[in-house]
Design a protein around this ligand. Structure first.
Ligand SMILES: C[S@@+](CC[C@H](N)C(=O)[O-])C[C@H]1O[C@@H](n2cnc3c(N)ncnc32)[C@H](O)[C@@H]1O
Length: 350
């Protein structure tokens, strides 16, 4: 078999881009933590000026800026030696009300710290629980997901569900399972002050942070949190159960689905938010699929395999698999209610 030089060069080009992005990931996190993006977004700067503005070392900042410019994350003016950010770069990387893209790199770096354990898990078939990961996984996930939930949950996802907004306005009972750091619970509590929200997650450290976030948001009168799995959370007669980006992580999603059905009123609604995915591997061979399959290899599948149940849906489960699961659990109605480039939103009813 002869190596085709053109195809080889094309593949090497892809490799250089990927390796550059991988090596740059740490720099994105450094720039985020030290406020380098925010300070550069304020106004153009030379390395010395940016270092001065941020209380950092100019030699490090010079190297960092050059790498950022090479990657297209900032602009470089060769005539003055200064750097700047376009409106778009500033919005994506530095605006507190923007998509907070550096948080995704916090999540990625935190995730990759588990590589030795994941390599070993490939050999043994054993699991690695969500709780066993570096804390940056939890805070990075929250910070990366929050802008999407803020932009979509109250303005578009809940209104896409049949009759749910009216119930929440009047004062509904909500269970937010696998709630992580409680972002979705707090958004619901702020938008619907007459409702009560019970957030739960099996991960104690996440629940501690969820309680803290609810206190900071001033919604403790209508929120409570418990350390409990989606298969065991307490309470019944819920008008709405929500599961944000967690069903595919569970070792027993069928057990969770059955428990959720029992916890809902007969006319209640289960809102499932899952990663956007097609039904087959071939459907997902694109950049979003690559990101999700890779994260799933380190986070979702190992967590599923660490729990009783035997399922490991993974982050690219697709609509058919989720529909089948809810049907197996006894739900009779299933509908895709909304979608974004990153998420599919399902309405499931008894
Ligand atoms: C990707 S995070 C999503 C967290 C949060 N819902 C969000 O959207 O920001 C997945 C969450 O599922 C939780 N989880 C995993 N297995 C669980 C289970 N069996 N029961 C409840 N929560 C679980 C993890 O602890 C983690 O908080």
């Amino acid at each position: 078999m002869a190596v085709d030089q053109d195809r080889l060069m094309e593949f090497l080009g892809r490799f250089v881009t990927d390796l550059g992005a991988t090596m740059a990931a740490g720099s994105v996190v450094v720039g985020h933590r030290l406020g380098l993006y925010r300070a550069l977004a304020d106004s153009p700067a030379t390395p010395a000026e940016l270092a001065d503005r941020t209380g950092t070392d100019p030699r490090y900042v010079a190297e960092w800026l050059a790498g950022q410019a090479a990657g297209g994350y900032v602009r470089h003016d060769a005539s003055t030696g200064s750097y700047s950010m376009t409106e778009e770069q500033a919005f994506a990387l530095a605006d507190p009300n923007g998509p907070n893209l550096p948080a995704a790199f916090v999540l990625a770096l935190g995730t990759l710290r588990a590589e030795p354990r994941i390599t070993e898990a490939f050999r043994t078939g054993g699991g690695v629980g969500w709780h066993e990961h570096h804390p940056d996984v939890f805070t990075g996930t929250e910070a990366f997901f929050r802008p999407g939930y803020t932009a979509n949950l109250v303005p578009s996802w809940l209104p896409a569900l049949d009759g749910v907004v009216a119930k929440l306005k009047a004062g509904g009972r909500v269970a937010d399972v696998g709630c992580g750091l409680g972002t979705s619970s707090v958004l619901l509590a702020k938008a619907y002050p007459a409702s009560t929200i019970v957030g739960s997650d099996y991960h104690e450290r996440s629940i501690d942070l969820a309680r803290k976030h609810a206190a900071e948001a001033g919604v403790t009168d209508r929120t409570s949190f418990e350390v409990a799995s989606a298969q065991t959370f307490t309470g019944s007669g819920y008008d709405l159960v929500t599961a944000f980006d967690c069903l595919h992580d569970m070792g027993d999603p069928l057990g969770a689905a059955r428990h959720i059905r029992e916890a809902l009123t007969p006319v209640g609604t289960w809102l499932i938010v899952e990663p956007n995915a097609g039904d087959t591997v071939a459907d997902n061979l694109n950049p979003v699929g690559r990101m999700y399959y890779s994260a799933s290899t380190f986070l979702c599948v190992p967590n599923g395999l660490s729990q009783p149940g035997g399922y490991a849906l993974g982050a690219q489960a697709g609509e058919n698999a989720i529909r089948q699961l809810t049907t197996d659990a006894g739900f009779t109605r299933f509908r895709r209610a909304a979608e974004t480039p990153f998420n599919l939103i399902y309405e499931v009813r008894p």
